[in-house]
Design a protein. Structure first.
Length: 72
């Protein structure tokens, strides 16, 4: 997944150097998630979604991150 640009390499898990090399190559060749500039770390995305859910549906419609409402 790292080679194809679909995974982040997290330092806290002490990954092998091969993962860092694969991540660097994926970024350089703009593969997967690296093909777009709007990348957001997964933990930041989850935090944003949590805060949005806490606000309630009316405020979520105005502050939606993706320009659409996931409300039915």
């Amino acid at each position: 997944m790292v080679v194809n640009g679909w995974a982040w390499v997290l330092d806290r898990y002490g990954p092998d150097a091969r993962y860092y090399k694969a991540s660097k190559e994926a970024r350089r060749h703009l593969r997967g998630i690296w093909a777009r500039n709007e990348n957001i770390h997964p933990w930041a995305f989850k935090k944003r979604m949590y805060r949005e859910a806490k606000r309630g549906p009316d405020q979520n419609r105005q502050a939606n991150l993706f320009g659409y409402s996931h409300q039915a």
